[in-house]
Design a binder for this molecule. Sequence first.
Ligand SMILES: Nc1ncnc2c1ncn2[C@@H]1O[C@H](COP(=O)(O)OP(=O)(O)OP(=O)(O)O)[C@@H](O)[C@H]1O
Length: 347
Amino acid sequence: MSEPILEFDDVDIEYSTRGDNAVHAVNDASFAIEEHDYFGLVGESGCGKSTIADAIVGGLDENGEVTSGAIRFKGKEIQDYSEKQFNKEIRWKEISVIPQSSMNSLDPVMKLSQQAVEMAKYHTDLSKAEAVDRLRDLFDVVGLSESRIHDYPHQFSGGMQQRAIIAFSLFLRPSLIIADEPTTALDVIMQDQILDHINELKDDWNISMLMITHDISVVFENCDSMAVMHGGQVAEAGSTVDVFDRPRHPYAILLQNAFPDVRYPDRELAVIEGHPPQLREKPDFCTFADRCPWSTDECYDGAPDPQPIEGDESHMAWCVRAHEMEELAAEHLEKPPEASSILEGSR
Ligand SMILES: Nc1ncnc2c1ncn2[C@@H]1O[C@H](COP(=O)(O)OP(=O)(O)OP(=O)(O)O)[C@@H](O)[C@H]1O
């Protein structure tokens, strides 16, 4: 296996608030994205996904801080980079971001070709003509007509704007793209088309991707590996095949049963009842324990350590009962025989 391009090593991220208490948004988070891998980060609203993305690109809100652990990009610790250092060394060139909505990402008063020229001026030695040519090639890659490069953003539909953003995110040939809910604003057909384009790029360009989403099926269909989060903690991480076939954290197990799948319209969807706790202090317990059907006193006795599944260090579950889950959750783990087809796109 190649070296990770990005590593989270026991990372804590806090937001200070008025008064004494902070929000402990991310706690002891560890995972690694291998080079040329598409990595999905999935979990319910508020579990800390965007905080993780923001911390990677030095874009935490003013009151946010990585308080312990290390974030390594290509082996170098970047968690303490100043914004200036980050912009100079990493942003766009090494790591670029596809935001949730394209709405505010493109300059409305500049033609797209001009925006490419501006970007090239600040970050590259490309001439104007070369910058425009590069954008033209990228339009082709994301399935936009090359003839539209001199248009203004408002001349594009929402889906086309989002494709243009993807083109710009590739403009400086970064090695890692962070896509935070890249397709939520789009209809289902457009989502599929864009995800197909993103997948094609992976083989044509040597890029890795961190894809953040609420939708576990998007991850199953598009990513090589993944992490599942709940309540500021990583629950499970591993290859998509392992997490799909052998989930061993209760939240990961229940989450799979909570998503509608057009292929099984009659399947009864599980509901994950309750809410994650407010994390005003660093949790020294499993934040899923209150909602977990299999929790015991042990789940409240310290934050869970990662357990390798069947001795495999690349598949970890942060659950004290991980080794019992196959038995305990047997009825939830049964899958229709055709279920593995959902993974076809990721292999
Ligand atoms: N600037 C801030 N100050 C205080 N708390 C914050 C701040 N930004 C985020 N939080 C809190 O940190 C926690 C994690 O938020 P985050 O946005 O990372 O979650 P998320 O998983 O990305 O959610 P969503 O899917 O809804 O975007 C939440 O409890 C949120 O309320």
